[in-house]
Design a protein around this ligand. Structure first.
Ligand code: ADP
Ligand code: ZN
Length: 653
């Protein structure tokens, strides 16, 4: 810790405690009550005594009527005989008494005074006690102040603290992790996610050695967008980046910018970047960026959300504002990159997208390993089996399972956590998940495996199908239960052979289910939708059907809204032809797959075990794809297009 930091820490340390104010005020109030008042402190006498013993006897020098309420009397010095030669004190000469009626008293006083030889002084005084004065204005003020403070604390408390004053509302609520509250997460704590880690290594390296890059005039990406379902470790990865680079880390959620007051979001963005500039080099992490980064101007109908747009605009302005030499890297996380505003994804902003998928079986094993490390487990924990039993789990689920297992073991008074505890923990976690989202049963999993294997085999043996990248039965999103991912060729024209090959590939899933189980499932809904659309397009758009002919009914302008541009008869013919095309494709697919039942089974079994298969795995299992064997030069083209990962488009089939 440097000197400067030490000093900072000291300055921050003695936090001012508001309760001291209350205590001081309270004591002052009490003290005031005990202060001597300025009023006459003489002895109390009665009204009768005053007239008979003093006034009529000519002993009175002065009479003061105070506030028409009571009377203070000063006696002549010789009115009292001193005891034993002591001097008569001033106090002994002072007397006072309360009067009942001021008019009565005056009348009587004048009456008696008329008979006296020497006149006496009579005065009327209005005297206010300063203490009652203080009470009358100070107390209400104090009360107001206290209520004000109380309300302010409540308000700021409900906003999640961060200074605790209404004046802080425009300040960013980012949590800062720097050297004191250090980020000691490293890449070792992030299991799996190897591809994502590779992508961010460069950013980390830049933060560590900025000169190496800037010396050559290179520009480093300002931002990276982590895309993936919740709990897959996006925050963890961003933290690990900061931890590896040993730089401060600002963490904030997109929804933290949103407040009901206008202008607050934008001012929070400004404040966040101001703080970041002071701490640069650093990493700013914005979780759930879709809360502010949604495409603008889409909901004009509802009057739009100006406040959110302002916030987003401010974010864009700030991102443009800092030069990458400053060393501020923005990392954002989202589950929905599709709803983000295009401006956010432009070069110079979040131009790098890093996809974080749910972990496969090996990834889960690695995550288990990380989370078991701090636990006390018995020797024989079978990580492979645990990973196999938790399909569809993300990192957060596994962290939860490990913790739950430790709690269960503790409840049973065990010395170490054993396999049974993990088993119970998994069961319990699945029980909780079933209510929230779908968990896939072993039977369903088998169906999905054969379905995806069907797609893969079909694509493998069809000449015109796109080359396969990977096939997996790890669910992604809500809709797709598994998917096969292909590398589409970059082209705009397809001939009818290619379209029909693609249809066969899409049908592969359903046909595989049909062949293996003798019945079909709802899993092919998305496939069928696309096939139907393709078939109709072939006939009505591309003129690829002999019976209908070279006709295209393109309805781009929406002219045919209410009536079809063709007769009832043509309509029936189109429907009929669509059915024929799809039926033909189905037959063809069935032919392909029936002949390759054993290969289908091999792939499905392997999928059940490994959950994810790459092209190389398929080559190992069923040999090189026939269309890629000849001619010799063609193989190179295929693999070079494979490297073109950037342009790859995913098809969930
Ligand atoms: P996200 O930001 O994607 O919603 P988090 O990064 O907050 O997910 O992950 C929540 C927790 O799950 C982490 O704190 C960590 O304990 C655990 N976790 C998630 N992914 C991994 C992983 N790949 N390796 C180790 N732990 C993980
Ligand atoms: Zn499918």
């Amino acid at each position: 810790m440097s000197e400067q930091q030490k000093k900072n820490k000291k300055e921050q340390k003695p936090k001012f405690n508001y309760y001291w104010i209350y205590a001081i005020v309270f004591f002052v109030l009490i003290a005031i009550q005990f202060l001597p008042s300025m009023a006459n402190t003489g002895d109390e006498i009665s009204e009768v005594e005053f007239f008979d013993s003093y006034l009529k006897a000519g002993k009175v020098e002065k009479v003061s009527i105070v506030n028409k309420d009571y009377v203070e009397v000063v006696l002549k010095e010789d009115a009292i005989t001193p005891k034993d030669g002591e001097a008569v004190s001033q106090k002994a000469l002072n007397k006072k008494f309360t009067i009942l009626s001021i008019d009565e008293f005056r009348k009587q006083l004048w009456g008696v005074m008329g008979q006296l030889e020497e006149p006496i002084k009579v005065e009327t005084i209005e005297r206010t006690d300063w203490r009652s004065g203080i009470m009358s204005w100070f107390l209400p003020l104090l009360l107001f102040a206290m209520i004000w403070i109380f309300i302010m604390r409540k308000v700021s408390g409900s906003m999640g603290g961060g200074g605790g004053q209404i004046f802080n509302i425009g300040k960013s609520k980012a949590t800062l992790f720097d050297k004191e509250t250090s980020v000691n997460v490293t890449f070792n704590d992030v299991a799996g996610l190897d591809e994502a880690k590779e992508e961010v290594v460069e950013i980390v390296d830049f933060l560590k050695h900025p000169k190496k890059y800037t010396a050559l005039g290179g520009k480093i990406p300002k931002g990276a967008l982590l895309v993936g379902t919740p709990g897959t470790g996006k925050t963890l990865l961003a933290k690990a980046m900061a931890g590896e680079a040993k730089v401060p880390f600002f963490s904030i959620s997109g929804s933290d910018f949103v407040e009901m007051f206008v202008g607050v979001g934008a001012s929070r963005v400004r404040d966040l970047f101001k703080q970041a500039r002071e701490k640069a080099p650093c990493i700013i992490f914005i979780d759930e960026i879709d809360a502010i980064g949604r495409a603008r101007g889409k909901n004009v109908m509802q009057g739009g959300n100006d406040e959110r747009e302002n916030t987003l605009n401010q974010l864009l302005v700030e991102m443009d504002g800092f030069s990458s030499k400053k060393g501020i890297i923005m990392v954002a996380a989202t589950n929905r990159p599709d709803v983000l505003d295009q401006a956010l994804l432009r070069p110079g902003r979040f131009d790098r997208q890093i996809v974080i998928d749910k972990p496969d079986i090996r990834g889960r094993e690695a995550i288990f390993k990380v989370h078991i490390k701090p636990l006390k487990v018995s020797e024989n924990i079978d990580l492979v089996r645990l990973a196999g039993q938790t399909p569809g789990f993300v990192g957060a689920d596994i962290a939860n399972v490990c913790n739950e297992a430790a709690l269960i073991a503790a409840r049973h008074g065990k010395k170490a956590i054993d396999n049974k505890d993990f088993q119970d923990a998994i069961d319990r976690h699945i029980g909780g998940l079933e209510r929230k989202s779908r968990i896939i049963s072993p039977e369903e999993r088998e169906i999905i495996a054969y379905h995806e294997a069907g797609h893969a085999i079909c694509g493998w043996y069809l000449e015109h199908a796109d080359p396969l990248l990977k096939v997996t039965i790890i669910p992604r999103g809500i809709a797709a239960l598994g998917y096969a991912q292909y590398i589409p060729k970059e082209r705009f024209l397809y001939n009818s052979d290619e379209l029909s090959d693609q249809m066969c590939m899409l049908l592969g899933g359903r046909v595989a289910e049909d062949i293996i189980f003798g019945k079909v499932s709802t899993g092919a809904q998305n496939d069928l939708e696309r096939i139907t659309q393709m078939a109709y397009s072939m006939i009505t758009l591309y003129g690829m059907n002999d019976k209908i002919g070279n006709i295209s009914f393109n309805d781009q302008k929406g002219e045919y809204n209410f009536k079809k541009p063709y007769s009832e008869q043509t309509s029936n013919m189109i429907d009929e032809e669509v059915r024929i095309i799809i039926a033909d494709a189905y037959e063809r697919t069935k032919e392909i797959l029936t002949g390759r039942k054993s290969e289908l089974t091999t792939i499905a079994k392997e999928l059940l075990e490994k959950e994810i298969l790459f092209k190389s795995d398929l080559e190992r299992l069923i040999g090189v794809r026939p269309s890629e064997m000849l001619p010799p030069g063609k193989a190179d083209i295929a693999s070079s297009s494979e490297r073109k990962k950037q342009s790859e488009e995913e098809k969930n089939v």
